[in-house]
Design a binder for this molecule. Structure first.
Ligand code: SF4
Ligand code: MG
Length: 325
């Protein structure tokens, strides 16, 4: 298999000031992504899981060069993208598309869905005839299950699930090699979530597109992912083939997330979550020393505060960052 994306020791740090801070106060560093490395193969799906604020979206945006990179590198199809500006990213952006969490908000309300879906095609292939664009729009709308005769309707005339299908059509129209899906189903009803995930899996089978699928919940990425990466406070805790990760989780954080996988009763679910991850997520502005998970870790030892664990290879493509595993 061919590696299409190689992310190496990537760091994205933001300068932030406390609200109401004096103008001369030095900003503090928020280490949103703090040394993340992974590779993605052609046609593969990598699930990325973690709580809100763990750096998932920032990591996705860093791959697309939508945020400034502090250190490390992003290599795409052999080209180093690190730090490229919008203009220099344009030829690569054709290959890597993105879909977002809030389907309606990510579609321009003043454009018809035909115009919205056509836009990336017109940007990247400005010479294409109107007839060819129209035919391709009809084609991708049909692929995602939106009736092509609805092209002149506006986004607000569609449901959340339909809007996400339109977002997927817009990503597909340029025939990308990678679609980064940033919590694409988090805002949708559970029944609709499965439809959108199945659609993405079907499209992948048909086109061979690779996916990075971000979610805050391990159960959402279980069926779609070939491999799963677990993030915590901007650090990779564990990465493994999906079956291996769910059957033999090695990191205490992954274990807690798996035990907290939502069960249908919302009240029980909440109690279970509270039981297993009962301590608050520390501020990313002030992460714990040593292992960033240690303030919530049920098996932490004194040494965990001293030395940050590195991702170690445990065989079977299973990597974990924990001194005790
Ligand atoms: Fe827990 Fe220590 Fe492992 Fe971190 S390194 S996960 S604190 S046991
Ligand atoms: Mg996010």
């Amino acid at each position: 298999t061919e590696t299409i994306l190689k992310v190496d020791d990537l760091k994205v740090w933001f300068d932030v000031k406390k609200p109401g801070a004096m103008p001369w106060t030095r900003p503090r560093k928020l280490k949103a992504v703090d040394g993340v490395s992974f590779e993605l193969n052609a046609g593969e799906t990598l699930g990325i899981v973690g709580e809100s604020g763990c750096g998932k979206s920032t990591l996705a945006r860093a791959v697309m060069q939508m945020v400034p990179i502090e250190a490390g590198s992003v290599v795409w199809l052999g080209d180093d993208l690190t730090g490229l500006d919008t203009r220099r990213m344009r030829p690569h952006r054709k290959e890597m598309q993105m879909i977002f969490q809030d389907p309606l908000a990510s579609l321009n309300p003043r454009m018809t869905i035909g115009q919205i879906v056509a836009e990336p095609l017109k940007t990247h292939f400005p010479g294409l005839s109107a007839a060819k664009v129209k035919a391709r729009v009809q084609d991708v709308l049909d692929t995602v299950g939106i009736l092509p005769n609805l092209v002149n309707r506006y986004p607000h005339e569609f449901s959340g699930g339909q809007c996400q299908r339109i977002g997927i059509a817009r990503a597909l129209i340029v025939d990308p090699q990678l679609i980064i899906c940033d919590e694409p189903v988090s805002a949708l009803d559970v029944s609709i979530q499965a439809q959108v995930i199945n659609l993405l899996m079907d499209l992948q089978k048909e086109t061979g597109v690779a996916l990075i699928f971000i979610a805050h919940d391990l159960s959402v990425v279980k069926h779609i992912s070939d491999r799963v990466m677990v993030l915590y406070l901007g650090n990779v805790m564990e990465i493994a083939p999906a079956a291996e990760l769910y059957d033999r989780p090695l990191h205490p954080y992954t274990e807690a997330l798996i035990s907290a996988v939502p069960i249908p009763d919302p009240v029980l679910e909440r109690q279970k979550q509270v039981m297993l991850l009962d301590l608050d997520l520390p501020s990313p502005l002030d992460p714990p020393s040593g292992c960033v998970f240690r303030t919530r870790c049920p098996i932490a030892e004194p040494g965990c505060a001293q030395v940050k664990p590195v991702l170690a290879d445990k065989g079977r493509e299973h990597l974990v960052a924990c001194h005790l595993r």
